[in-house]
Write a protein that binds this ligand. Sequence first.
Ligand SMILES: [Zn+2]
Length: 446
Amino acid sequence: MTLQCASCDQRSSWSSQPNIGPYAAGNILLSAGILFAGASSGKVLQVLNSIGVVTHVKRTFFNHQELILQPAIKKVWEEQQRTHLTMLQVEGQPLVLGGDGRADSPGHSAKFGTYTTMELVANVVLDLQVVQSNECLGSYHMEMEGLKRMVELLISWDLDVGVLVTDRHRQIAKWICENMPNTRHCYDIWHVAKSIGKKLKAIVKHKDCEDLKPWVQSIINHLYWAAVSTPPGEGELLVAKWKSVERHIQNIHKDHGDLFPICTHGQLQQQKKWLKQSSRSAVKLEEVVNNKSLLKDIAMLSGEHQTSKVEAFHSLIIQFAPKMYVFSYIGMLCRNLLAGLHWNENSSRPIATTQAGAERYAVRYPKYKAGGHVVKKIATEPTYRYVDDLIREVVAGCRQTPDERTPLSVTVDVPPFLCDELEKPDKEEAIAKHRSRFGKCEMPSR
Ligand SMILES: [Zn+2]
């Protein structure tokens, strides 16, 4: 077998050998290819076998994964993470971070949670913490646990968090307020806008409130404008700008208050009907706009940085750890780290160009636009240099002595299985009970 190194175009000398250490080169490289692409070993081996290609069995894949591949992933990730943290340490600037948790399954009974910390200026995944639900008080607390571990890591590197942008998570906001006094905690606009949008859409369904319908999108746009146009740390001004929307759509554009007395728009060419003062919709809108809890959150909106990239990264994790498969703790950790390596290499890809050098765009018609369209940049194809680094580590791992090869279960604190906490019945007894119960049932005839 001869492989071409994708990034540097140098033929790897080891790949022409029949064996790498005690491992058959074709077998270990096939296992590596499957895992590093985020694929399923069962499916890939089945595809190859079904067209007559003889491969090793699934058990061998899992042996390769445990002894060689997973340690390689962890090593390459840690080296990259160390490089990023060292660079940030040298720069000496307070960090601008986005953080968010992701559950491995929908609902409130997820087994694993991943807390992602992204450095938003460089668009780099700085840290990934995988938390199993029995390491904390349950699925709901996994995000918090991940955040605490991330903060511990940054403290150990003597790094200061200047800004942390998150979604609206009350428990996390309280913890940051109490434990990170030098950090400005901000909320992502989209999450707040989504919640306001839901409330407004509920109002327009009420009788006599249809006149608010044409204004819903304008009110959301106003929230974005208020956040983006306000300097960081001026929460009160941001709130004053937000509140002015209520008067604006009643055709009142001045005397809003001391902080933001007058609308900043010029002459209006109004197409929409103004809301009438004291009308039912105006009263209901007033309740939404001046909701105390909402105003507190609006004061914390981030105008400059958002968590949309963190959410895009969480979508990428699905490619490496699909929610339909069950993974062990280490399996989940390593597939998350692979997603991190892929993101860090590909998140800032330039826009693709035609042969004539023109930038390429695509027009899409997403369902949420209800017939409308969006224009998106087409990025250049992703690259996989990180796979070359991983393969190099795999080769080095194969050439180690058996004593030197250490599975991650030895070096990583693996939490106990969730089922360890359960009272287990005697297997034979349980099977006998099952058979006696279901043996009596007759299958329905068709
Ligand atoms: Zn106005």
